[in-house]
Design a binder for this molecule. Structure first.
Ligand code: FPP
Length: 256
């Protein structure tokens, strides 16, 4: 075993192994509303604080050598929230990128967006498109925003694209395989890191909530008790340490 007893008394960053670093980390940033409520603040104060935490975790993940960090910022189901909260959430990308793009560039981080972007307000679309363009030359970590994203809708869209190829006579049904499905999902441009190694969800809830349903097939799940506004770089490292202690077999058996 690679972790000796002494490791328990060391901080996570001291014992993390670079060779076992998860290449793609996906995060369900849950608990903004409950964090705010517990403090007697409006829910949107939790989202505002949560946005600042995205910056902290982006820098931490980039420093650790993570290749892709996907954050679930707005789901296709989040439109059901009160209009005032949706409006606030739609304004966050502008606030986030207005203040953070220079640091993203300084850290060589490239922004990517996945989801039904054309359904977002024009200003929100422009904010994310500008950030994508401004960071397009960066070669380090990809910060991948899931915005108006839903896993089931993504799979339906992918099936439609594949079915269209069959209908057009460009594809045989027998040629539909896992790789082709990969290529028709919203994560196709993240290849070879399209599937998360590690999924983190904060706030103690233990469910996927329509996030990356296909891509999480062999991911390790780590559920953290703290709400997203309380997430720290150290807690990220602790989650990675838990991941590094897991035995990933991908359906096979352990060798040796
Ligand atoms: C879940 O908490 C959080 C969201 C639906 C929004 C996540 C958005 C951010 C963290 C802001 C980052 C965004 C950008 C563009 C940088 P919740 O509201 O469901 O919390 P609750 O379960 O306690 O109510």
């Amino acid at each position: 075993m690679f972790f000796n007893k002494k490791a328990d008394s060391k901080s996570a960053s001291e014992v993390l192994r670079a060779d076992l670093m998860p290449q793609h980390i996906a995060i369900i940033m849950d608990g903004n509303g409950r964090w705010a409520k517990a403090k007697g603040l409006p829910r949107v104060a939790g989202h505002q604080r949560g946005m600042e935490v995205v910056k902290t975790i982006t820098k931490a993940a980039s420093d650790l050598g993570v290749k892709v960090l996907t954050v679930y910022a707005f789901s296709t189901e989040n439109w059901k929230r009160p209009a005032s909260e949706v409006k606030f959430l739609m304004g966050l990308p502008t606030k986030f990128f207005d203040t953070f793009v220079p640091e993203l560039i300084a850290n060589n981080v490239r922004v990517n967006v996945m989801g039904y972007i054309d359904q977002l307000p024009g200003e929100t679309q422009k904010a994310v498109q500008d950030a994508v363009a401004q960071t397009a030359q960066n070669t380090g970590m990809v910060l991948n925003f899931a915005l108006n994203y839903g896993g089931q809708a993504e799979i339906v869209t992918g099936i439609q694209a594949i079915a269209q190829q069959v209908a057009d006579g460009d594809l045989q049904v027998a040629d539909i395989n896992e790789a082709l499905v990969d290529q028709n999902l919203m994560t196709a441009n993240l290849s070879p890191y399209q599937n998360p190694d590690l999924l983190i969800r904060t706030s103690g809830e233990e469910r996927i909530s329509n996030f990356l349903l296909w891509q999480l097939a062999y991911s390790e799940f780590v559920f953290l008790p703290q709400h997203w506004p309380e997430m720290t770089a150290e807690a990220l490292k602790e989650a990675i340490l838990i991941y590094q202690k897991r035995d990933r077999r991908f359906g096979g058996i352990k060798e040796g």
